[in-house]
Design a protein around this ligand. Structure first.
Ligand code: PMV
Length: 321
């Protein structure tokens, strides 16, 4: 049996982060930085995992120990294997290698992308046909088993790719037929902890349900309204929505001075709009700009200490390479 090679894209949240955890829609785009997984059978009843991007080298796990605790960097792959084995009643030693085109620090969703790639690669190896929805469901379960919470928007982007209008758990999953979005991505250099930020927002929701619900309703309007402007490529309006969304994110206190510096610099340099992308607290911000402006915006982000990451949006979902 040859090695099976599968890859899935990372993601950037365009609208609706945090609100999506509470049942509101979001808009997410897949980016052309991919996470790859290669899988083959192993003769012994052992899984050998190499994941250099998360410092896992020749980790050996006996099949009977699959349900035990594993090192942080190996959790998603091994839980995906465990869930796949349970669902399809199979069990076999494996050799697994992962490779990332992006740093796990960017917040591009490496855990979700590696989970989706692993499930898809296993389905090919064991010759079990899975629809995208089935890949999504098993991958989302895997992420929830480990993280305990999350909307699954990153799992959806890794599975379907493109740009999606998405509601938690895949309740609504609309593929927007649009071209590349002229995004400029600035990395703050700070690693955000999604779960901590989600907990801080949860606390605000418990303390001030009315205020936070209103913010989420406003975010929902942005996600709903923005769809038609994506189709029209009306970047001016999309930029305005980004600024509005960022204002709401400020109100739930997930923006930081570092993010604000990069956002402010891009607006000053002529971006149509800019916002944080994802949980906040660090990771990346996105700005929207076209033609002559792009260079100027990138330079101004860099002058404020940000690192530009070149991405194309609307990347292809999980695929066999
Ligand atoms: O920090 P990220 O890029 O994983 O994004 C988190 C987005 C949230 O809406 C806060 C959580 C979620 O699972 O949707």
């Amino acid at each position: 049996m040859f090695m099976i090679n599968v890859s899935a894209p990372g993601k950037l949240m365009l609208f609706g982060e945090h609100a999506v955890v509470y049942g509101k829609p979001c808009i997410v785009t897949a980016v052309d930085h991919r996470m790859s997984v290669s899988i083959n059978y192993n003769e012994d009843d052992i899984i050998i995992l190499n994941a250099p991007e998360v410092n896992i080298k020749d980790l050996k796990v006996n099949l009977k120990d699959l349900k035990k605790e594993h090192p942080k960097g190996a959790k998603f792959v091994l839980k995906a294997v465990d869930n796949f084995f349970d669902k399809y009643n199979v069990n076999k030693g494996l050799k697994i290698n992962t490779k990332s085109e992006f740093s796990s620090l960017f917040g591009f969703g490496s855990s979700s992308a590696v989970t989706v790639s692993t499930i898809k690669a296993l389905s090919i190896l064991f010759n079990i046909a899975m629809t995208k929805k089935e890949i999504f469901d098993l991958s989302y379960k895997t992420v929830l088993d480990i993280q305990g919470s999350g909307s699954g928007f990153d799992v959806a982007a890794a599975t379907w790719g493109g740009t999606l209008y998405y509601v938690k758990g895949g309740k609504i999953m609309e593929e927007l037929e649009i071209d590349n979005i002229p995004l400029i991505v600035g990395y703050t250099g700070i690693k955000a902890d999604t779960v901590t930020l989600m907990n801080s927002v949860k606390k605000q929701m418990e303390d001030e349900p009315e205020r936070i619900s209103k913010i989420y309703n406003d975010m929902e309007k942005i996600a709903d309204e923005s769809k038609k402007y994506f189709y029209k490529k009306d970047w001016k309006m999309i930029g305005k929505f980004m600024n509005d969304n960022q204002n709401l994110l400020r109100q739930i206190k997930v923006s930081t001075p570092e993010l604000e510096r990069l956002i402010g610099a891009s607006i000053k340099a002529g971006a149509y709009g800019a916002k944080l992308s994802g949980a906040g607290g660090g990771d990346c911000m996105i700005a929207l700009g076209i033609n002559d402006n792009i260079n100027k915006i990138e330079k101004s982000i860099e002058s404020m200490g940000g690192k530009i990451i070149q991405v194309n949006s609307n990347a292809e979902g999980v695929r066999c390479d």
